[in-house]
Write a protein that binds this ligand. Structure first.
Ligand SMILES: [Zn+2]
Length: 322
């Protein structure tokens, strides 16, 4: 059904999945830079197609809308929402005997700006397991959203400019939507703002957002990409209140290390509890973990799951069973 060749490949269709190097044919689960390249021919959802072409220029794309099975290269391919960012998809590939579900980056909790994840059953599960240690268990989303709104409002009341650092694609739009829903208008620098325009074209309204051109406006929050404080674009902003929004915020050192005033673990990735929930729901015969810690494979095995690291070649997997 699949093999590992520096990444996941669906053997029958010779389809590369989320490769970072250019391939003749590749599925792109979502438009984050660590999941795509300038492929000769790409398969992805319509929204990912827009974002992919926005980021990497006009390219050949075959679109796979959610929940629409398509015969392709001897396989039946179906995408399902992954709840990670706009257009993010899981891929179900069926060859008549076996079925493989590739999750890509995903989360199960609801999102303000992307469809909630759906997990079909499959015999083989390839699981993105970034937060695969018990330490990473996030508080309920509503509580974290409340924290975000509170710190932003407190900063505005204290006459400081709240600067929220969030990935330019996905997190930035979700944070923006959460703030505008709570009556807080948002400014975004051009790279973020342009991606927000693609969201709007795809029918995701983000509320009151304006382009940031160097000077803050009273009562507005600023949503910028990570690391923006090091550039010149924020020189015009006095009395900053820096807020990080990332799952890594659970790591108490990270806030101090990067000089944030606040760090809120609002993540686009499944936490440990959600990863276990995903494994339970898909109920696969074999689970292959990728992107996460080695220990997550052991955690699954302790629970009686046939789990492996994806990166291990098939010939060695047999031996790992014993
Ligand atoms: Zn991602």
């Amino acid at each position: 059904m699949f093999h590992y060749d520096g990444g996941l490949k669906l053997t029958k269709a010779d389809l590369a999945v989320d490769f970072r190097r250019r391939m003749p044919r590749a599925f792109i689960s979502h438009a984050h830079n660590d999941h795509m390249a300038r492929h000769q021919y790409a398969l992805c959802t319509p929204a990912t197609s827009k974002l992919y072409r926005h980021r990497l220029g006009e390219r050949d794309v075959f679109e796979l809308p959610y929940r629409t099975p398509t015969e392709w290269g001897g396989l039946r391919l179906t995408t399902f929402p992954a709840g990670h960012c706009l257009g993010s998809a899981m891929l179900l590939a069926e060859d008549g005997d076996e079925s493989l579900l590739y999750t890509g980056d995903f989360k199960l909790a609801e999102s303000a700006t992307s469809e909630r994840a759906e997990l079909p059953q499959a015999t083989i599960l390839v699981l993105e397991s970034t937060y695969g240690t018990p330490y990473y268990r996030f508080a309920p989303r509503a509580e974290l959203v409340g924290q975000l709104v509170d710190v932003v409002q407190a900063a505005l009341t204290a006459d400081r400019t709240p600067i929220i650092e969030a990935y330019a694609l996905g997190k930035a739009q979700e944070v923006t939507k959460l703030l505008t829903d709570h009556g807080i208008p948002v400014m975004q620098p051009k790279p973020v703002w342009e991606i927000s325009q693609v969201y709007e074209q795809c029918g995701v309204a983000l509320g009151k957002v304006i382009l940031f051109e160097g000077l803050p406006r009273e009562g507005h929050a600023l949503v910028v990409p990570p690391g923006a404080h090091r550039g010149a674009s924020l020189h015009g902003v006095r009395r900053k209140c820096r807020i990080a929004v990332t799952g890594w915020a659970l790591d108490s050192n990270s806030r101090r290390r990067y000089g944030f005033d606040h760090a809120i673990p609002l993540s686009d990735h499944a936490d440990f509890t959600e990863l276990l929930e995903a494994v339970r729901r898909v109920d696969a015969r074999e689970v292959f973990c990728t992107h996460g810690p080695e220990s997550f494979v052991d955690e699954l095995r302790k629970r009686g799951v046939n789990a492996y690291r994806l990166e291990v070649p098939a010939s060695r997997r047999e031996r790992l069973l014993f």
